[in-house]
Design a protein around this ligand. Structure first.
Ligand SMILES: C[S@@+](CC[C@H](N)C(=O)[O-])C[C@H]1O[C@@H](n2cnc3c(N)ncnc32)[C@H](O)[C@@H]1O
Length: 267
């Protein structure tokens, strides 16, 4: 697919364009050189740092899913973690390798689809999916497969830090749901449901995002056998505030779920 500028990308949308799947949108978006450049920073968010200090053992192994240009992977390596970063987009992995080299590091970066992880059972102490990358995985079955794989790959007692946006965020997101509901209804009635389209998907202007509710994420994590040990929003974590029920509706940049694989889990 031809790479487009952000101005051009605003015209990719249904129903005027030929059919493209949500996956095509993700690929087009993240292989765009503008996007790759945007992700070429190194450094953990304060919220990520707090959670890693609390839940990842020092110098343990971490698999960074959807690592992009290596922002978190490189920062974790600098903290002494043994890291592997995977991303769907070859351009992102190239950028991550060059960022690592600039920082004097040679790290294990691989092009791999998070929906089809080829790592052996119990090969990592920790797994990270940062910056809401999970919201870029189209299809409930694919997201379920990914979580099952994370459970399989984690060593017993290991932790997974997952970040997502809240699909129930106050304000703007609610308007999004009303819009999506109306669109869904009109398309259903007129028989023009988008291929691969799922409730909660927003595909606009060359951009794909799946909005999950925190309740459905907790349920999905629990269903694959991962035990929730912590949940909070990025801003609360940064300010040292405890989560409340309202945190489920937070418009923050990310919600964080920390889950653990049981220490006596069988292969
Ligand atoms: C929002 S970016 C975050 C990048 C990086 N983690 C960071 O924090 O800077 C999401 C990343 O997920 C990657 N991604 C999307 N779908 C993926 C998939 N199925 N498998 C692996 N990576 C994927 C994208 O290519 C993109 O680099």
């Amino acid at each position: 697919m031809r790479v487009q500028s952000s101005k051009e990308r605003s015209v990719i949308d249904w129903p005027n364009k030929p059919i493209i799947s949500p996956e095509d949108f993700v690929k087009a978006e993240y292989s765009n050189p503008e996007f790759v450049r945007k992700y070429m920073t190194v450094g953990l968010w304060r919220s990520e740092e707090v959670l890693m200090e609390r839940y990842f053992e020092p110098k343990s192994s971490v698999l960074d899913l959807g690592c992009g240009a290596g922002r978190a992977t490189i920062a974790m390596a600098q903290k002494g973690f043994k890291v592997t970063g995977i991303d769907l987009i070859p351009e992102m992995i190239e950028a991550a390798k060059s960022q690592a080299a600039i920082n004097g590091l040679q790290l294990d970066f691989r092009v791999m689809d998070a929906r089809n992880l080829s790592f052996p059972h119990e090969s990592y102490q920790n797994v990270l999916f940062s910056f809401n990358g999970f919201d870029q995985i189209p299809g409930k079955a694919s997201r379920r497969q990914l979580l099952e794989d994370v459970h399989r790959i984690l060593k017993p007692g290991g932790c997974f830090i997952l970040s997502c946006r809240s699909g129930l965020a106050f304000g703007k997101r609610w308007a999004t749901w009303i819009w999506l509901a109306l669109e869904f209804l009109v398309r259903k009635v007129s028989g023009r449901i988008k291929p691969g389209w799922e409730w909660g998907d927003k595909i606009r202007k060359g951009w794909y995002h799946h909005y999950s509710t925190p309740f459905s994420i907790r349920k999905a994590l629990q269903q694959v056998g991962l035990e929730l040990v912590y949940f909070n929003s990025s801003r609360n974590i940064e300010k040292g505030k405890r989560p409340t029920f309202l945190t489920n509706f937070s418009p923050d940049k990310s919600l964080f779920f920390v889950v653990r694989k049981s220490a006596d889990s069988k292969k």
